[in-house]
Ligand binder design. Structure first.
Ligand code: AMP
Ligand code: ZN
Length: 466
């Protein structure tokens, strides 16, 4: 089977064909966080999807050129709801709340993001691209759109001209399910805009206000609109057309259609991106997740409950990325228990084997099938239980799967179980082999009194912390 992804642009599962098939290099871009608050378990689901795609491409023998942006210049609270350019500036709002300046807010939450990123074992992209470090590229792109007749200036900024874009034969609003991105918003918020669908490319700083983040431009001091950074930075790093663009499903409504319009309007090259992959949202306790609801959980919340952040990764992988997933603490604890079982099995397996070809093929076909991670995870259990596969090869095969799953098997150390406990377990196994049941029971009692359990499995005894 060949690698296939569901492409939101064509609305079908399609074989993945890279733009540059000869040297097997793939351009991949994921929309990253706005660094004005802690990253939530919802956001992490989307970044784990980006990582899964990068890992899968590499597993399939491609070189993935992977980039992710950090929105460190505050976009407006209305952006995600489809009312781009309205609402409050997110960074300014956070800064008032926390008594810091916008640069300090961005730095603090960028560190938080980078920490969480490592804890979830997400593979480092070629670079994290900060919007504030790519202002000249964004200005150049806006200038191109002005030159091409796809942008105009009004009192508060430079706007993209959707009608002019359509008049040239481009389709605006691809990917979007919002009626109003196609037919026009119900409420007109800026009467100077030519068309209600038009969105800001560059906003002018209000004349009575000195913003922490503002830059000179040919049109006046101001700051970029939210969408322009992703067009400018992705094209700078990956070229005017590239392979895969990833984000949460909410970005289909305005952010991604606007990225497409800006990029295609500037370069004239269609399509801007070959394959758009969107992850379904994470719900919490069956409903929406939100800061105001008090359920926008973070990796810190998870660690505070003594749960390994990789259990969150395992939990995500247990469902398909296009299915809604419901986060509950019980479900996460269940994921942690399953992960511990895999770890325990893995640690008991001897090193030195080779990857089992039959299981590798099963695993690959499942992951190639639009990233069927629930079945890919199931392959691990099937392998572990298969009595016909030598233990040494099981270890090598699990390690091979983990190139995609990223559960951190290679970093696991036996020392997680103290040496004296392992020694007791071995002595007990010896006693069992000699059918000295009294001795083996005594040793089991000793192991348990020190806070560990020993289970006899098809692969031999497995010691775990209670
Ligand atoms: P934001 O910081 O709001 O711009 O979101 C950053 C990324 O996280 C975007 O790709 C969003 O689509 C994604 N995202 C936000 N909330 C959720 C959620 N509940 N589940 C999955 N992804 C989310
Ligand atoms: Zn983006």
């Amino acid at each position: 089977m060949a690698l296939e992804f569901y492409n939101s642009l064509t609305k079908k599962v399609e074989p993945f064909v890279p733009l540059d098939p000869d040297n097997k290099t793939v351009g991949l871009y994921t929309c990253g966080p706005t660094v004005y608050s802690y990253v939530t378990v919802g956001n992490w689901r989307t970044y784990t999807l980006g990582d899964l795609i990068a890992r899968t491409l590499r597993y399939e023998g491609y070189k993935a050129n992977y980039y992710m942006n950090l929105t460190d210049v505050g976009h407006l609270t209305g952006d995600n709801e489809g009312d781009a350019d309205t609402g409050e500036d997110r960074m300014e709002k956070a800064k008032r709340k926390e008594g810091k300046n916008a640069w300090e807010i961005a730095e603090f939450y960028t560190k938080d993001f980078e920490n969480g990123y490592k804890k979830l074992n997400l593979t480092a992209p070629n670079a994290f691209l900060k919007a504030t470090e790519h202002i000249p590229e964004q200005i150049t792109l806006v200038q191109k759109l002005l030159n091409n007749g796809f942008a105009y200036q009004i009192g508060d900024g430079i706007y993209f001209d959707t009608a002019a874009y359509e008049a040239k034969g481009y389709r605006y609003g691809e990917l979007s399910n919002l009626d109003h991105i196609k037919a026009g918003a119900r409420v007109e918020l800026n009467p100077e805009k030519k068309d209600i669908r038009d969105f800001a490319l560059w906003k002018f700083s209000p004349s009575n206000e000195k913003r922490d983040m503002e830059w000179e431009s040919p049109w006046g001091v101001g700051f970029p609109g939210w969408h322009i950074e992703c067009s400018a930075m992705s094209m700078q790093c990956l070229g005017e057309q590239f392979d895969i663009h990833v984000g949460g499903e909410d970005l289909k409504s305005t952010h991604h259609p606007n990225e497409i319009a800006q990029s295609q309007g500037a370069t004239g090259k269609v399509p801007f991106v070959q394959c758009w992959i969107h992850g379904a949202f994470l719900l919490v306790d069956g409903g929406r997740m939100g800061k105001s609801l008090g359920n926008a959980y973070t990796i810190q919340d998870i660690e505070a409950k003594g749960i390994n952040p990789l259990a969150l990764r395992f939990f995500y992988l247990g469902s398909h990325y296009r299915s809604q997933l419901n986060f509950t603490w019980e479900a996460l604890e269940g994921a942690q228990a399953a992960l511990k079982r895999i770890y325990a099995h893995y640690l008991e397996l001897p090193p030195g084997g080779i990857v089992n070809e039959k299981y590798r093929a099963i695993f690959a076909s499942r992951i190639e099938d639009d990233l069927n991670t629930p079945l890919a995870l199931a392959t691990m259990w099937e392998l572990v239980k298969d009595a016909d596969i030598p233990s040494v090869d099981k270890k090598a095969t699990l390690l091979d799967f983990d190139r995609v799953l990223g559960l951190g098997l290679a970093e696991l150390k036996r020392e997680d179980i103290p040496a004296e406990i392992t020694a007791l377990a071995h002595a007990r196994e010896q006693a069992r082999q000699e059918k000295d049941w009294t001795c083996s029971d005594e040793l089991r009692g000793e192991i348990e009194s020190q806070g560990y359990t020993v289970k006899d499995t098809d692969n031999g005894p497995v010691v775990e912390k209670k």
